[in-house]
Ligand binder design. Sequence first.
Ligand code: MOS
Length: 709
Amino acid sequence: MTTATTGATTTGAVGTAHTRVEGRDKVTGAARYAGEIPFADLAHGWLVLSTVARGRILSVDTGPVLGMPGVLTVLHHGNAPRLDIDYVGMLGVPPDPTAAVFQNDRVPYAGWPVALVVAETSEQAREAAERLVVTYEQEPHDVTLSGDRPDAYAADGHMPAVTEKGDLEAELAACSHVVDAEYTTPEEHHGMMEPHAATALWDGGRLEVVDSNQGTTWVADELARMFSLDPSAVRVRSDHVGGGFGSKGVRVHQVSAVMAATELQRPVRVVLTRRQMFTLTGYRSPTVQRVRLGAGPDGRLRALEHRSLNQTSTVWEFVEPSAGVARSLYDADAHRTENKVVRLDVPSPAWMRAPGEAPGSFALECALDELAEKCGVDPVELRLRNDPERGPISGLPFGSRNLAACFREGARRFGWAGRDPRPGVRRDGRWLLGTGTAAASFPASAMPSTAAVTAEPDGTFTVRISAADIGTGARTALTLVAADALRVPTDRVRVHIGDSDFGPAMIAGGSAGTRSWAWAVTAAAEELRERLVPGGTVPPEGVTVRSDTTAAIAALTQKERLSYGAQFAEVAVDVTTGEVRVRRMLGIFAAGRIVNPLTARGQLVGGMTWGISMALHEEAVRDRVFGGLYGADLAGYHVATHADVPTVEADWVDDPDPDDPVGIKGIGEVGIVGAAAAVANAVWHATGVRHRNLPIRPDRVLRAGGTGV
Ligand code: MOS
């Protein structure tokens, strides 16, 4: 037993750059991902997906396949266990039937899971899955989203479908300067590097699932409900995660693996292929958005309307709340927002990085740019003039709103002053040059979490929290936070995450993971520090303090809390090919106290890079005839690659959240918000042509023409 207590002074780890604590494990291959962790007696499942876009399964001809080498079982709607799907889960939504598989014979879209073939090896399972004959009664399908669908309906999702104040039409009619435009964004996919993979096994009466997900207690809770198990009988682990972006919740891979492991009473692994991910793991719905803005000559908004329509499946309602961003960003005397959905024979969309804000900010921030042009007001100045004092719809005070500071600092560093407002006047050889800007915002929230911190006899400290590090650097951030709360150097702190046995905690989502977890870790660590007697001894079992932030978070005063940013982009447009190249990009953010500048910068630059990708490259194209996607892989689905991404700089202004114990707000999603709009606005500035439909492909640029093109 050694003497071990905490120091008397703050070490100040938070705010200093720290490489990832698991970085060495990752680059040496010691860190193992869900699909590669070995298990004795492991069987492998391979999913079979529907080839028709709508209809019924008439038969699943399992006989021939069951006789193939190594095949152990074939699960389908005719023999799979019944699941309880009549519940509302932790995130306030019922389960997507795409995950709660094999419950009936209906096929709601092309690529719907109809069977799982399990065999001794992955190769045998795949071979048998490809041979499995499934017959269908096919029905006509409809996969076409358009802005004038009569069957579209207003839908709430996580926020009210409609907000309204003032007389919009009267106000618009009285405005000297009006923008009225439709913007569209295409179907976009998460495309994270690590595919979904899970192994399920029964171990001494407990179900264990080794997975890649954004929240182990979330997935454990959903599996317990679906399979009607006692919550304590389910353990989900997820150590390293190669990207999530909203896609890694409860999905078909875990559920079907649990079904098979239960039937076979041996460990079963199900790994999704890249192609399967395009129909089984959610995506960002295409949107059709209409924005109407009205102002006087000074550009101050008098009327604002933002309407959005997204598609969802016939089996699950998902709202991409793109009009929501206007509810907090800008005020107007008459203000109306509306989110609608239409049900089509398509896969269920889902949360994808900045759901709502990412496509919504494209429409709204492009419309603001159009208004700036009409009013002859500089786009940065226009935003400064329209920076509200209170929440436009809620009427609540802002927690802290340093958007103006972001624009001022961003404009200074980008060299915005002296920009010629006229489009199409800057040239560099065959390239037309332009610059654009846009605002970014994303809610800063905290959700109840529990954590345990243990003082070990050797003078180190162990933190246990069912957090998820989906590549964000959360494990490292929590190490810094714990070290500061304990007042010890970071090398005396070990953080264990990704295990539902550690108790309930926020998921890695909503940009609220690190803030929520840091709150719980700080609470436990501070209490532990008070408990330890300076110079005292620690018993062999250690001293453990647990925290639960439920009450503290419930006691927060009502405010509009958001992270903000100002995006700036410079583009060059090739007048002969229509190619758009981003030359440089700068984002300045006000996003709370930055825990680890190294990984925080990575998050923000990653979001901005995705914004470039969204503006110029990404587009999943659905075939009307067969109802599925063309090129559902990373060859057919274009994402920005290294050569597409020039200098992207992200930085921040001082903006600690006064109501958070560490000052954190959240940075996971704000980086993508406004990024595509900044690029699109720069393309207008270069060419004089507004591109209101993403992505801004070369053929669109050429067809649209423009100054000198
Ligand atoms: Mo994010 S879309 O909340 O993972």
